[in-house]
Design a protein around this ligand. Structure first.
Ligand code: IMP
Ligand code: MG
Length: 404
């Protein structure tokens, strides 16, 4: 088994966490490569629900857990998360020393910036992710390895004290963070190369989705890191040849949290139904997610961008409760139709979706076997998207997964 990279093909919350947990058994380690505690990856085993923000979703499978250099690490959130997990999880964790840290002051800045934007606020998770990556770009970030050397870099402290942050508060946060990461910091890139040399393999876990990518998503309504498969080697510090095959994950409808264009959004009884059946509330913020029909135009863009040949489709059970199924096959804008997402990016908020409604998924029941309606959906997606559907998820519990 080679390396595999699980990436989201929509605006996040595609069900990556569940899938990573499901697949982790076949790998030696699971590595997070982007984002930070803005992520909310849900894994359900029996009656128990776990939400991971920073710890890779392979934690419950006892795998080696790696947090790559490209992750924005909030040590306090990490501590809270580890506290809820068995001690052996901590023993399996390695954090790259190059990870930029997210401080409480980055979170304050996130809130101030959102307020400042007023009506054009991004709707961030307020986890300080944008400011932390901005600090990295300004060369003011404190990195995980800085916590382990004396004296710690004073540049971030000086920067924040100019903004009115109490230096004592900053120093206290540094001390606490140091306690959290001591014994966990190392070189993730070298570890991945070593695992590979010993014949092992790694599962790379993305957070957020392709359309939230800082460069290639619906800018400025995006996150501040890269969510696409090309970021795997850059973030982790490994050669591109080790980045593995991508596996795209998509829901059979669309959701988005936060602001920004969303051509297939619906706001009616059907979206209410999908939201309640699919429990479409942010795992990190609890916000109700915006809901819409499947968008094949956006999906084709995401598939091309990631070079995806295999996909996993999630939440099929939700459509069993809904009378209609719709898929957007083109966008209409100023009298003409296009299937080109890239060319629509500049006016995405003005396009009108062109739908087809090839069948209904209502009443489909999932046992071991795929019901006839789901087979139709699989065939439809394979033709429309030019990919192979290799996994189906029909419920949040780990066992509600069908391999095709
Ligand atoms: P930030 O990543 O907190 O800066 O938020 C920027 C945008 O990305 C907002 O629209 C968030 O709702 C969205 N976002 C960030 N993380 C996630 C996620 O894990 N799932 C879905 N949306 C996310
Ligand atoms: Mg999520």
């Amino acid at each position: 088994m080679g390396n595999l990279a699980v990436v989201g093909l929509q605006w996040g919350d595609e069900g990556k966490g569940k899938l990573v947990d499901y697949l982790a058994g076949q790998f030696d380690a699971v590595a997070r490569f982007n984002g930070g505690s803005n992520a909310g990856h849900t894994v359900v085993i029996g009656e128990k629900k776990h939400t991971f923000h920073l710890v890779p979703s392979g934690a419950l499978k006892g795998k080696e857990l790696l947090i790559g250099a490209g992750v924005a690490l909030d040590p306090i959130i990490l501590q809270e998360e580890l506290f809820l997990l068995p001690d052996r999880v901590r023993e399996k964790l390695l954090i790259d020393g190059r990870c930029s840290l997210v401080s409480p002051f980055d979170k304050e800045l996130d809130i101030v910036l959102e307020k400042m934007r007023g009506d054009s606020a991004i709707g961030t998770t307020r986890r300080g992710i944008g400011p932390a990556y901005a600090m990295r770009a300004l060369r003011l970030a404190l990195r995980a390895s800085d916590l382990l050397v004396e004296p710690n870099s004073s540049a971030p402290s000086q920067f924040y004290s100019q903004l009115g942050v109490d230096p004592k508060g900053f120093a206290a946060w540094v001390e606490e963070s140091k306690r959290v990461v001591t014994g966990l910091v190392g070189d993730v890139g070298s570890r991945i190369v070593d695992i590979g040399r010993a014949g092992g393999s790694i599962l790379f876990e993305a957070s957020q989705g392709t359309l939230l990518d800082l460069l290639h998503g619906t800018y400025p309504f995006v996150t501040s890191s890269h969510t696409i498969v090309s970021y795997v080697p850059a973030s982790l510090g490994i050669p591109p040849s080790e980045a593995g095959e991508p596996l795209g994950v998509m829901k059979c409808y669309t959701t988005r949290v936060g602001s920004g264009p969303f051509p297939t959004e619906i706001q009616d009884l059907t979206s209410d139904k999908i939201r309640s059946v699919g429990n479409e509330y942010g795992a990190t913020t609890g916000r109700p997610r915006r809901v819409g029909w499947l968008d094949l135009v956006a999906l084709r863009y995401a598939i091309t961008l990631n070079g995806v040949k295999n996909i996993a489709v999630s939440k099929l059970d939700v459509l069993s409760e809904v009378k209609e199924f719709r898929a957007c096959i083109a966008y209409r804008h100023m009298g003409s139709e296009t299937r080109d997402f890239q060319r629509s990016l500049g006016h995405l908020h003005e396009v009108e979706p062109v739908y087809e409604s090839p069948f209904s998924m209502q009443g489909a029941k999932y046992d071991e076997e795929l019901p006839a309606q789901a087979k139709k959906l699989v065939e439809y997606l394979e033709v429309a998207l030019g990919v192979r559907v290799s996994l189906i998820s029909h419920g949040e519990e780990r066992s509600r997964t069908i391999e095709l």
